[in-house]
Design a protein around this ligand. Structure first.
Ligand code: HMG
Ligand code: MG
Length: 298
């Protein structure tokens, strides 16, 4: 098998994980959550988003969270930014990395960020130019790469064309989002093989939601094509307010357990991660979705 020796895990719990929860955490709880994750060895932790607080109230006050993080250390704390207003707010509190988020589905783009894909690329061009000029790293997301909650099937050509645009803008990495979790391993394998004809695998990440229970199988499939960046969320927290039925991201504990079994390095302390997952679920008053976490409870 052609598997990578090492993977980078991007922990999205404090953003994707919290953005759809009924229970809203305080700023201090969000900061403690991020610090706990960092103590597990995670070095890429999405810390929040600069979007409309009336649209995603769970992410309101991200600037207060950022202001309490050590932005000068080794850990990267990207934040989601949809437009220049979001970028201004992010820059004002000193972020060093942002993530822009486009979609491969017109309808999802409209529902999520209130503009067409084409208009979003225009907005992101301004955002990325300004960010890069100020030395800010930019990650790019594409949602609905394996299916859309409104349009159904999505053409892989649209995904690839959008990914090329984001790379051309200057994103250092593109995270391919299976927003509604309908992707299956063969579909994953084929998309990953095809997209690597246009974009080097080192610049690609996978972002699976586990709605249909396919996430780990899909990640294994992506690993076999040489992909080595995986987005995950502790305890399987997560969902998207603009994707009906979207459940949590793949649980970081489950990814780490699988990587251990495959002998792939990741740098994360599984025991600490399990403990972090339990603490956050207790605070959110919600069940743990990680199978590994549940299996190790006694
Ligand atoms: P809009 O309404 O089109 O913006 O929102 P507008 O430019 O027309 O402005 C209207 C008002 O919003 C103005 O305020 C602006 O100042 C304000 P007013 O003058 O009326 O008082 N405004 C903002 N306020 C705070 N932050 C901003 C901002 N921009 C404008 N950045 C916008 C466009 C994108 C902001 C809105 O639609 C929005 O906030 N959407 C939420 C997007 C979101 O967070 N979605 C979830 C994350 S994406 C995801 O989960 C998928 C992912 O995980 C991958 C996957 O799984 O597929 C990444
Ligand atoms: Mg997501």
């Amino acid at each position: 098998m052609n598997l990578p020796d090492q993977v980078k895990i991007v922990e999205v719990g404090p953003r994707d994980g919290l953005q759809n929860e009924d229970q809203h955490l305080t700023f201090n709880q969000r900061v403690r959550f991020i610090n706990m994750l960092e103590a597990c060895g995670l070095q890429n932790i999405e810390a929040g988003s600069f979007v409309r607080p009336d649209r995603v109230p769970q992410m309101a006050g991200t600037e207060q969270v950022i202001s309490q993080l050590n932005l000068e250390g080794e850990t990267h704390f990207p934040v989601l930014v949809p437009n220049t207003k979001g970028l201004e707010d992010a820059l004002a509190c000193g972020v060093k990395e942002i993530a822009i988020f486009a979609a491969a589905s017109e309808t999802f783009s409209q529902k999520n960020i209130n503009c067409s894909i084409e208009e979003s690329i225009r907005r992101f061009t301004r955002v990325v130019n300004t960010a890069l000029h100020q030395g800010i790293r930019v990650r790019g997301y594409i949602s609905c790469v394996m299916g859309c909650p409104y349009e159904g099937n999505i053409s892989s050509n649209t995904v690839i064309e959008t990914a090329i645009k984001l790379i051309d803008l200057g994103c250092y990495e593109i995270s391919l989002g299976d927003t509604i979790g309908t992707g299956t391993p063969l579909q994953t394998f084929e998309l990953m093989e095809k997209i690597q004809k246009n974009i080097p695998r080192q610049q690609l990440a996978v972002h699976f939601h586990d709605t249909y229970g396919q996430a780990l199988a899909n990640i294994f499939s992506a690993l076999q094509t040489g992909i080595s960046v995986i987005d995950a969320s502790v305890a399987g927290l997560g969902g998207c307010p603009y994707a009906r039925g979207a459940s949590g991201n793949v649980a970081t504990e489950d990814v780490v357990f699988m990587l251990n079994g495959l002998g792939i390095h990741h740098g994360i302390d599984l025991e600490k991660l399990i403990s972090a997952g339990r603490i956050i679920c207790e605070q959110l008053k919600r069940p743990i979705m990680s199978r590994v976490n549940l299996a190790t409870q006694f």
